[in-house]
Each structure stands twice: as C-alpha cells, then as structure tokens.
Design a protein around this ligand. Structure first.
Ligand code: WT7
Length: 654
C-alpha cells in the first residue's frame, strides 16, 4: 500500500508505533469522576442517531427537531431537521438565565500585560451591543461578515454577535496578508469587515488596519469597516465607510432579543487550504455543529463547569479557535483563559506564568509548541507551580511519542491524561481521540473514533485493512458537525471529499492512517499536496503560485520536508525566467518576502533553491516525491519515469 509511504507528515520518522508501545491506563481516581463513561459507546453502538439526538439535548432548542438526520441529499447532510435554536443564546444568555451570570467566562491576558475578566453577564452585554450595532448597519440574516482580528475579547464578541443575528462569519487569521484577506472577502461577498487598528506582537504594536484598507479597496461587497482600538496607533479612517467600535458598539443599547434560526442555518465559513491554489470556504451550520462541539468539549476534555479553568492556545483564525475557544467551551459555560500574544513574550515563561496565575486545569495546544518548550528546556516550566493541570490536549498534527511523554511528565506532573485529538476544519469538531478516564493511551496514537463517530482505514479499492496495514482514513457515516459544502463551489465539495469512494459514499479525509496490533489508531499525515507547518495547513500549489507571481520566477515546485520543531518545513525549488539574474541571497530574500506578502509569514519557505530544471514525469507532472527525498536528504528511489534523470545532478549541484 503506497498511501503511508506517501504520507507527508513528520510521522514517517517520529510517530510510528514503538516496537513495544508503552500504555498509560487511566488512573482510578480520574475514572471515578470522569464525564465520559462506558455507556457512551454502548448507547452509540445500540442506536447512533438516538445517541446524537440525546447529545443535542445539551443545547436549548427554541423549537424541537422532528428528524435527527436527513441524508437523502447526500453528501449534503441535514441534522436535527426542523429544530430551531440561537447559537449565541446557547453560549451566553442561557448561562445568565440559569443564574451563572457572575461566573467568569473569559480571563483575558493581553500581550503587554493588560488583563480583563468578562463574566457571562458582561459577555451578554457586549454581544447584545455588537448585535444592535450590526443590525443598525443594515445587516440581515445570511449576510457575511469578515473578521480580521487578533485574540482579544472583541473578536469573540463579534463572532457571537454574528451568530446571534444569523450573520455568517468568516474569520480570517490576522497573520494573513491583505491579498489573502481580499480573496476571502470577495469569495464570500462580505458586507462588513471587523478589525483593529493594530495588534501587539512581541512588545511591538504592529499595524493591521492598513492591510484592511488595501484589501477592501475596490471590494464591491464591503459597505463598512468596524475598527477596535487596540494599540492606539494612527490609522486612516475612510469617511462613510469606517467606524470606530468605541463610537458605535460601546454606545449601543445593551439589550437584544435573540431570534431562533433553523438548525441548518449557516453559522460560519472558514477558509482552508486544499490541493489547488484557491482556498476552500468550508461551510458549517448551527445545530449539528454546536451539538458535536459541545459534546466533545464536555467528554474529551472532561470539563467540569464551575471548577475547571480551561485554556486552548489556538487562534480564532483557525477551526480550533472556533470550536474549542468559542462554541464548544462557551456552550458548556466554561471559564477560560484567552491570551493575545506569543509564548515567548516577554520571555519563555509566559505560558507557565499564565497557567500558574489562573490555575489552568485543562491545557489544549499543538505538538509544535510542545517541541518548542522541549527545546527551551524543562527548567522553564519547572520554575512554576503547574499542579493545577489535570488534563492535556494535543491537536494539529501527529504528536511524536517523545514530545507526548515530555508533555505528560513535565507539564502534566506525570499524571495528567493526554487527549490527542484528530479532526479537521471540515469535520468541525473532534472525531478521533482517547476518552479520559476510559481509554488506556499510547504516546503518539489518537487511539479511536469517539462514540457516535465511525471511521475506517481502507486501500484504493475500498478494502478495509487489517491491523498493522497503512491506508487511507475515511469517515463512513455522516456526523453532526460535518461540513455542508464549499462556499460557492459545491462541485468542488463533491469532488474533493466524496469522489474517491462514490459507491460506498465515504468521506475522504486526505490522511494516511493505520491500526496497530492492539487496534490503536495512528494518523500518519497527509496523503495529498497539503503541508502541515506548525499545525497550519498550507498547500504546495498555493506557495508555488505565490512564487510564480514574482516577475523573476518561471516555474516553482514546493514540498514539505520533515522539520524537528514545526513538523514540516516548506522547501521550494524555482526556475528563473530567461535573462533574470540570480542575485543569490538577495533574490532568495525577495522571494521569501513575496510569499509572506501574498499569503502569510507562516507560508514563508524555510529554503528556496534556484535550479535549472525540475524533475517531471513523461506526462509533465512535477515529481514532488523525489524533490521531497532531496529536501530530506534521502537517497532517490526509482527515477525511471523521469524525462531526464540527469536533472537531479543539476539540482544537487546547487
Ligand atoms: C489536518 C487538518 C483540527 C484542528 C487543527 C487542524 C492534521 C490534525 C491531528 C492529530 C494527526 C492531525 C491532519 C488533518 N491533524 N490533528 N491529532 N494527529 N494529525 O485543522 O487545518 O483543518 O488540518 O491536520 O493531517 O487532516 P486543519
């Protein structure tokens, strides 16, 4: 089977099952109070749809649903048909009405050291004001709002205000470029853009509003830009278009009556990289999405209302921030930390200081950060009292066993269970993960599909593979938080996810995976042209088109090469146009800057090599696998299908 051999991740080296994998059974003390019990799996096995109907009762429905799942229009699902709810009501008002308005929802920790606690009552006030402002701006249910903001409470308030009004938000990571923002605004035809004057990054105020000005220039759909003053740096405000948050939202009425929306009302669009250059606008809807976000947050993180202090270190620009900072946790009445900055600002102690200060008990982060902590050295976390931690989570890429063990020992006091959670922007919520208190875990394995979720590992012919065999990960049954399509391109939706196994009707996840001898599931990394850099999904062709956008570049090929810290690093090979002078380091720096400008600094190649030719098959396809071998310093395998095998000598000659 070739899929595992092609799997992209650092996994090839690092996350393979150990010969004798160590097993970490749950402690009896943890099991005794765990939210999840064995009945979950039993109920899901007995009647999957009844199981999900029961989970949906975690939410408040203004009108009950009449059918759990309508799959008659597959692959577009309808969950909780006929049900009506308001997502923001579920995340905010409900807790206030239940008498918990004084509970802290958000401990905000600004990068420069400013702090702010928002109770659920405060959140209700803020969200109501924002909703009143958005209505005053003429926005109506179904309109799209682009959100381009750092991790400040107003970003979360904006998302919830959209949800409250039935506006579909599209959060664009504030590290993305103006041109990336523009293409997302255009694709979704956003009417409002919410942003900030600037953001704090490593002690500096970095302007953000100028990128918005660039992005919205000539953007036909945009009527208004709403600006939160975060840093106080000077910005231009366009008359009639731009509005300050403090002149509008802060002065608006703080009462707002939420209206219910259909369970299938679109809640958000989130763009993610696919195998082609154009990002896909993944569509998520309301009732099913919130049900699964809430269910997984409760059971996978064992979240105890009123006791735990939860911290998910993601950014709202990614799906993890949507599902595990905003919707899942807030629907469960969480008390959580929201931190604006980088982990080493002002120094490497910052995360551990925050854990200590707020008594964080559940800490959810990415393997790349764990490996960074390892590099900084354990004396840094060891200088802090981290005894409040009782559960750790990992997401974004396979976690190598070494990092897993370090995480548990150094951050988790050798007792905290680790939940390695596999999911995707498309799945909306966690799909494969251990259940703390139930699952005996193996370092590096995501273990098993959650109760209610069904996955298979298959080969090209849809044959289910046995333990020990690597194949493609597919999801063979619809799930509540599944994507409902790609914005404006339903053909691409069918083609990307559902055309691999049309007869079976399986969702193709794009990851390689295997079950080991004991039936534990190991995710092996992407099997397509999608790279995973620090848990960020970047397509090779996206970077290639940015490089070719430079006047000096005729052709470019990009691969992800294993990287100790970031999982994968981006390695590019470029051919220059006739007559273009290779100025060496200057040219390379210019090309890197071009990618940062076109996409984002996170997409900047680690290495760019100017080459005279690229290895291609006789049919003209660039042989990325061979370039990857070169980038990772491996011996080349079979090059017999190449047009001219000698190109490698030329590339190596560099
Ligand atoms: C891809 C999805 C889910 C939120 C963050 C990323 C990889 C994600 C794991 C994990 C191994 C993982 C997969 C997946 N991935 N979590 N626990 N173990 N791989 O969301 O940007 O949509 O990327 O991230 O390759 O397909 P995303």
């Amino acid at each position: 089977m070739t899929s595992a051999a092609q799997a992209n991740g650092s996994t090839e080296k690092s996350a393979q099952p150990d010969a004798v994998p160590q097993v970490y059974p749950p402690s009896p003390e943890f099991t005794a109070t765990a939210n999840a019990g064995p009945e979950l799996q039993a109920e899901a096995d007995a009647d999957r749809l009844a199981f999900w109907a029961k989970q949906a009762q975690r939410l408040h429905w203004h009108a009950p649903f009449t059918e759990v799942l309508d799959w008659s229009d597959a692959p577009v699902a309808k969950w909780f048909v006929g049900g009506r709810l308001n997502v923001a009501f579920n995340c905010v008002d409900r807790h206030v009405l239940e008498g918990n308005g004084d509970r802290v929802a958000i401990h905000f920790e600004g990068e420069p050291g400013d702090t702010r606690d928002l109770t659920y009552h405060d959140l209700l006030t803020e969200v109501s004001k924002a909703a009143n402002t958005f209505s005053d701006l003429g926005l109506v249910p179904g309109d799209r709002v682009a959100i381009y903001m750092p991790m400040i409470p107003e970003a979360i308030v904006t998302m919830l205000a959209c949800a409250r009004l039935g506006l579909t938000h599209s959060v664009v990571f504030a590290g993305f470029s103006a041109s990336a923002l523009r293409s997302r605004i255009d694709d979704a035809e956003a009417k409002l853009v919410v942003t900030v004057d600037g953001q704090w990054r490593r002690g500096q105020a970095a302007p953000l509003k100028p990128s918005v000005d660039d992005a919205v220039e000539g953007a036909e759909s945009v009527r208004n830009v709403l600006v939160v003053k975060r840093t106080g740096i000077d910005v231009d405000m366009a008359e009639g278009r731009d509005l300050w948050w403090h002149d509008t939202v802060e002065k608006a009425s703080d009462t707002h009556e939420p209206k219910p929306f259909d369970s299938e009302h679109p809640l958000f669009i989130l763009y993610t990289s696919g195998t082609t250059g154009k990002p896909k606008g993944i569509i998520h809807t309301s009732g099913g999405y919130l049900t699964q976000a809430s269910y997984t947050h409760h059971n996978v993180f064992d979240h105890k209302v009123g006791q735990d202090v939860y911290w998910c270190t993601a950014d709202i620009g990614w799906v993890t921030g949507h599902s595990y900072i905003v919707y899942g946790p807030l629907s469960n009445g969480v008390t959580q930390v929201v931190y604006e900055g980088t982990p080493n600002s002002p120094d490497e102690h910052r995360h551990f200081q925050i854990i200590e200060k707020y008594g964080v008990s559940i800490y959810y982060t990415a393997p790349t950060l764990v490996r960074t902590f390892m590099k900084w050295g354990r004396e840094i976390p060891d200088a802090h009292d981290l005894s409040s931690i009782r559960l750790l989570g990992s997401v974004g890429e396979p976690i190598n066993p070494e990092a897993w063990k370090w995480f548990r020992e150094v951050i988790g006091g050798n007792t905290a269970p680790i939940v390695d959670t596999w999911w995707q922007t498309e799945t909306g919520a966690i799909m494969i993960s251990p259940l703390p208190g139930i699952t005996a875990t193996k370092p590096g394995s995501a273990m098993a599909p959650l109760p209610g979720i069904s996955a298979k590992i298959v080969d090209d012919d849809a044959k289910e593979l046995g333990n020990g065999e690597s194949g493609y990960l597919v999801l063979d049954k619809p799930w509540p938080a599944m994507l409902r399509g790609i914005w404006g391109d339903m053909d691409r939706y069918r083609d990307t996810y559902w055309s691999r196994y049309p007869e079976q009707g399986w969702y193709f996840a794009g990851d390689g995976a295997k079950y080991d001898e004991d039936g534990a599931l190991w995710v092996l990394g992407r099997v397509d042209d999608v790279m995973n850099v620090s848990g960020h999904r970047i397509s090779t062709s996206e970077v290639e088109s940015a490089l070719v956008g430079h006047h000096g570049v005729a052709e470019a090929a990009v691969v992800g090469a294993a990287d100790e810290t970031t999982g994968q690093g981006i390695v590019a090979f470029v051919i220059l146009r006739e007559g273009v002078e290779n100025t060496g380091d200057d040219l390379i720096a210019e090309l890197k800057a071009e990618v940062a400008r076109e996409i984002s600094p996170i997409a900047k190649p680690r290495q760019i090599t100017v080459v005279p030719e690229l290895p291609k098959t006789r049919s003209g396809k660039i042989m990325r696998r061979l370039l990857k071998d070169i980038a990772e310093g491996r011996d080349l395998g079979d090059t017999s299908t190449l047009v001219d095998p000698k190109v490698f000598d030329a590339i190596r000659g560099k």
